[in-house]
Design a protein around this ligand. Structure first.
Ligand code: ATP
Ligand code: MG
Length: 162
């Protein structure tokens, strides 16, 4: 039996924390689908198409990493893709309560799907998309915290807005 994992999130934008978790997942599972949630936030910085394009480019050399989008219930999407694992990243205790609730709710909705938590390398354990956007908007340096392509795209957004 092959294990197909789904890593859901909004990835607005993809950070090196996400990349770290995806790479770990790609080593652990036969295949991992980065599933970008449609409409997670009403006004995202990056459009769906931009987020998909960025993730596909960053993982172009990883044949077992797929990038897709989904809406609605996560467990329905996971079942539709015939996957058996949900991957989530855990940064700190602050992530735990919400993730714990979601994992148990998802298990109640579909007991065949298992949620697996992974910890990123320490240097990425404080990164969130929200913090990256905040720091960048205020002129701070995000080099090393996001893939180079994301840095480029952030700069392009700033140029357009000014
Ligand atoms: N730096 C990180 N290290 C490990 N896991 C992470 C990291 N950032 C996000 N994750 C995990 O990735 C998954 C998708 O998260 P999400 O798309 O919400 O990213 P986020 O950085 O938390 O964005 P936001 O700040 O908009 O909430 C979640 O399981 C989240 O805990
Ligand atoms: Mg989050």
């Amino acid at each position: 039996m092959s294990t197909l994992a789904v890593y859901p999130g909004s990835f607005d934008p993809l950070t090196n924390g996400h990349v770290d978790i995806i790479e770990r997942g790609a080593r652990l599972f036969d295949r991992i689908i980065v599933a970008i949630l449609v409409n997670a936030e009403k006004s995202p910085l990056f459009t769906m198409a931009e987020r998909v394009e960025i993730a596909r480019k960053v993982f172009t050399d990883h044949p077992n990493v797929e990038v897709d989008t989904f809406e609605g219930l996560l467990v329905d999407y996971v079942a539709k893709r015939q996957a058996n694992v949900i991957v989530r990243g855990l940064r700190a205790v602050s992530d735990f309560e919400y993730e714990f609730q979601m994992a148990l709710m998802n298990r109640r909705l579909n007991s065949k799907i298992e949620t697996v938590f992974m910890m990123p390398a320490e240097q990425y354990s404080y990164i969130s998309s929200r913090l990256i956007k905040e720091v960048f908007a205020l002129g701070g340096r995000v080099h090393g915290l996001v893939p180079e392509l994301v840095e480029t795209r952030l700069r392009e957004k700033r140029a357009v807005r000014m």
